[in-house]
Write a protein of this length. Structure first.
Lengths: 286, 277
């Protein structure tokens, strides 16, 4: 593993009575790390803390070699960071160009010509050059998502924190996004939160599973899939003993759980591993 | 087919600065280019950076976001155009808000003229700068959304510049409205309490959410005026109570200076989304 870009130890965050993060430890290095977890698991809180927009209540954090709890450290991190929030909340009367240009100014691109060149470059990367003069309110949901992705790419950041980047993208756009992200990850550290386990399987060299504010798994996608090894089988009828079962497109029933004798076992996917882990945490499979 | 080719430096000058060549040389190059594909290619290569730069300049003019009135005004006062954009893009600074303040101020001043009492104006005018500060802090007022909070410029520098940019037109509008008040001494009485409340909400926003900070101060201001009326008697005009008399004005000035100093000490708190929003 190369030098860590992010080191978190015992990071905790509470919102009133609700514990969002309960002592998170993690190391991130170059490449793409996927962050999986159900709604309310603390993914967005963790990403906001790593993006320096939220301060943890407790714990130690080092991002890109700096301590974000200090003003100087936070500034140093923000100069090398790209952040896609879950809800960008952009000012919708702005055009795509104006919005990205505005964020570029906040990222200290003070020279207008070079800034505008950079804005065109990132909008071109997400395929929005033809509509860059269009008001954001007139763009489709997927296009708005791409505008938000474009601003996160400004200046080729060393750390890219993306909260559900593929939400709202159609299948072709998702594939293009994967292509773009794999190119970015060749020189940066990318952390992306997602509900799409196929994105994790296709893109990520590491995966972290966050459940109830705690890191319950950190490893490769293959290792996550392996958690369901020997627990996934296909049958023509539903087995009542299975903890999870669903009918596939081929009309067969895919089961996860302790298999019956003679079951037709199949290789598990990342999704199977994730479901096994989350069900085990919930106590269903233990 | 010719075996002679024009010298590269001559081709480059022909492509980039043809006016720098004498007429005979330019005519010779032109004549030669008609017959020589290799030199035509050389001219195209030499001209490429010029064409690219021209295109970039054209694209820059086309794409350049149109500056708002506020931005143009800020730029006229010497602010660099990128900072003018960051400050002027805040919707809370729009003309509509200043117009609202002016209408409210003029309305209150008109009531004062009709009734001979400036109580309504003096009660609401100091709260309007507070409202201006609050507007610049609302999430909907940040054109960059949450993404802006993870950028290097996000923090006290932008927050305080935006506050000042919001307060200047607010005070100007209120100043104009207060000119309609019956007595000149009353016309200026709102100024220092208004400044104290504006600085106060900025300070309190480093501890509480801005809306809660503004609500707390508004409630405090209304409570203060009510208490003063109760203690000093209802027969006394509001303008003649301790709040707007010299003692009250000095206290307001001291509070404004104290709050501004504490804001400076707590400037780091503007840098995280929890505090700012």
């Amino acid at each position: 593993m190369s030098t860590p870009t992010v080191i978190a130890q015992g990071v905790s965050k509470r919102f009133g009575p609700k514990v969002a993060l309960a002592g998170v430890d993690l190391h991130l290095a170059s490449g793409i790390t996927g962050l999986l977890g159900p709604n309310g698991a603390g993914k967005t809180t963790l990403l906001r803390i790593l993006a320096t927009v939220l301060a943890p209540d407790r714990g130690d954090l080092e991002v890109l070699g700096h301590d974000p709890s200090t003003a100087d450290g936070r500034l140093a991190v923000r100069r090398r960071l790209g952040y896609l929030p879950q809800e960008p909340g952009f000012h919708r009367s702005f055009s795509a160009f104006e919005f990205v240009d505005y964020v570029a100014i906040l990222k200290e691109w003070s020279d207008r010509r070079s800034r505008h060149d950079e804005v065109r470059r990132v909008l071109s990367l997400v395929g929005l050059e033809p509509v860059m003069g269009t008001a954001i309110r007139k763009l489709s949901g997927g296009m708005r998502r791409r505008v938000a992705i474009a601003q996160s790419l400004l200046g080729d950041p060393d750390l890219l924190v993306l909260d559900e980047p593929t939400a709202g993208l159609d299948p072709e756009q998702r594939l293009r996004f994967r292509e773009l992200l794999s190119a970015v990850a060749a020189r940066s550290t990318v952390l992306l939160s997602t509900h799409q386990t196929d994105d994790v399987a296709a893109l990520c060299n590491r995966v972290i599973v966050l459940l109830a504010g705690e890191v319950r798994f950190a490893g490769t996608p293959q290792e996550l899939a392996a958690l369901a090894e020997g627990r996934v089988w296909i049958d023509s009828v539903r087995d009542a003993a299975a903890q999870l079962a669903w009918i596939t497109g081929e009309g067969m029933v895919r089961h996860i759980g302790p298999p019956p004798a003679g079951a037709h076992l199949v290789p598990p996917t990342v999704e199977d591993g994730y479901l096994t882990l989350s069900e085990a945490t919930a106590g269903a499979l233990v | 087919m010719t075996t002679w080719h024009a010298p590269p430096d001559v081709l480059a000058r022909y492509a980039r600065t043809p006016e720098a060549l004498d007429e005979v040389t330019a005519a010779s190059v032109e004549q030669h280019l008609l017959a020589c594909a290799e030199c035509r290619s050389g001219v195209a290569q030499a001209a490429a950076p010029v064409a690219s730069a021209s295109w970039a300049a054209i694209a820059d003019v086309i794409d350049r976001p149109r500056a708002s009135i506020v931005e143009r005004l800020l730029a006229r006062f010497g602010l660099p155009d990128h900072l003018a954009r960051v400050i002027g893009a805040t919707p809370g600074l729009r003309v509509a808000w200043v117009t609202t303040i002016a209408v409210l101020g003029l309305g209150a001043a008109a009531i004062a003229r009709d009734t001979g009492s400036s109580a309504v104006f003096l009660a609401i005018a100091p709260l309007l700068p507070l409202g201006s500060v609050l507007l610049t802090f609302l999430p909907a007022e940040e054109p960059g959304g949450e993404a802006a909070a993870a950028t290097p410029l996000h923090g006290a520098g932008v927050a305080i510049r935006r506050t000042v940019a919001a307060l200047v037109p607010t005070f100007l509008a209120l100043g104009l409205a207060s000119a309609a008040l019956p007595r000149l001494t009353e016309a200026a009485a709102w100024l220092l309490p208004g400044l104290a409340l504006a600085a106060g909400v900025l300070l309190l926003a480093t501890y509480l959410r801005p809306v809660l900070a503004a609500t707390t101060l508004t409630a405090g201001w209304v409570g203060l005026l009510t208490a003063v009326r109760v203690v000093e008697g209802r027969h006394l005009a509001l303008a003649d109570t301790v709040v707007f008399e010299p003692t009250g004005q000095l206290v307001a000035l001291a509070l404004a200076v104290l709050a501004a100093g504490l804001v400076h000490l707590r400037r780091d708190h503007f840098s995280t989304v929890e505090v700012t929003w």
